[in-house]
Design a protein around this ligand. Sequence first.
Ligand SMILES: Cc1cc2nc3c(=O)[nH]c(=O)nc-3n(C[C@H](O)[C@H](O)[C@H](O)COP(=O)(O)OP(=O)(O)OC[C@H]3O[C@@H](n4cnc5c(N)ncnc54)[C@H](O)[C@@H]3O)c2cc1C
Length: 455
Amino acid sequence: MNKREFLKASGALLTTALLPVISSGEPMYSESPTITGKRTNWSGNYTYSTDKLFLPASTEEVRHIVKAAPKLRTLGTTHSFNGIADSTAAQISLKGLDSMVLDRATRTVTVGGGVPYGKLAPYIDSRGFAVHNLASLPHISVAGACSTGTHGSGIKNGNLSTAVSGLEIVTPDGEIVHLSRQKDGDAFKGAVVSIGALGVITKVTLDVEPTFQVAQTVYQNLSFDVLKDHFDEIMGSGYSVSLFTDWQNHRATQVWIKRRIDSGAKPNLDPQFFGATLATKKLHPLEGHDAEACTEQMGIPGPWYERLPHFRMAFTPSSGQELQSEYFVPREHAYEAILAVEQIRDLITPHLFITELRTIAEDDLWISPCYKRPSAAIHFTWKPEWPDVQKVLPHIEEKLAPFNARPHWAKLFTMAPDRLHQMHPRLADFRKLTQTYDPRAKFHNAFMDTNVFEA
Ligand SMILES: Cc1cc2nc3c(=O)[nH]c(=O)nc-3n(C[C@H](O)[C@H](O)[C@H](O)COP(=O)(O)OP(=O)(O)OC[C@H]3O[C@@H](n4cnc5c(N)ncnc54)[C@H](O)[C@@H]3O)c2cc1C
């Protein structure tokens, strides 16, 4: 989305431009927001509580805005479904900070806080590099995705935040802090998945690897019975594997296998896969939606960034008008957790577009949903029916409680704060870290007050 589309999509009115004023040799900036007017998140299910949005064009401008603002919250590409990015005072978008610098020697790329994966991917690919994985859509910003532990799939693939090796953060007093995996040890692991709490991330450095090709094949109708003894084998049958289900008929409606073909592996074109049947045409995971919006299938090889996400950059991902929830359980309990949710299928299906089941490797990022746990993720793309969905979520959470499910930070959940704290062993450390960075709570919002500071 370019800036014009951003303004249109957000329904915002351009009011006061953020003009640098030169006075006594010191650049000064208007404290008026660039945009005022009611805005919503991408899905339209959440209206932000402030109509003020700053759109700085440089790190210097970010510093001045942050320093002057009594309260502030950073906004990425607005793809979260809850109030995680909300503020009652003002938001700041880093859309204007879109630099990308590849360092071949260190095998890293450093991107500005506003760069989405859809822009980063062709840039590094054309120079011979890739990131290890992508989420279902390339539209999200690198900084926003890594701040919430956003993930793709793959038994051996950590979530997207695990590729972060460095951060540049503008802290509440307007100062710049550089953190790196190499020099900052455990504190760095606390700062990567930071849900916007430490300051404004103006640059993210990611590990890159040599570019690779991926071929994607889709199978239909995989019985849940085969998951009992073969869950890991099925989820490990490609570099990234997703199962989709509507929870009816004890089966996955589709199996998406994304196989790397750089290591001599061939696209899986067997007519059968654990009893599921090879699709004969390109499919959308949501019934009735146009498969044109999806990445190439049918075993046709292509660049990693045009296969690892499910949805293409130039198209609306998923449904568009929807809600999402997701819970992470230890992978070893995936099958039992799936059966537990299946018990309440008739509560779920009427309000569901589709469920996606994925796997993610464990990591050591303090408040990552995959902290110290090889994980299976049970995701729900809901119809935009919040009053009903809100009633179903506690049932799902109850069914998943025996497996110590952790909710996705950026999606909808109803878990009580004290339960959330039990699920995240480093949340208390994270709270201390935010207090060190932000003692006056400039970056706090209601979501953080409830989910990080309550209980
Ligand atoms: C259609 C769709 C598909 C999705 N698919 C997946 C998926 O496959 N896997 C998955 O895990 N998630 C998925 N998500 C969820 C999505 O990845 C997360 O909501 C992600 O955080 C969105 O990033 P964003 O740039 O839109 O950030 P926002 O939603 O705008 O913000 C998210 C958080 O990041 C913080 N933040 C953003 N930018 C900065 C910055 N520069 N500095 C400091 N803090 C910042 C915000 O304050 C907020 O706390 C999907 C969402 C949608 C709408």
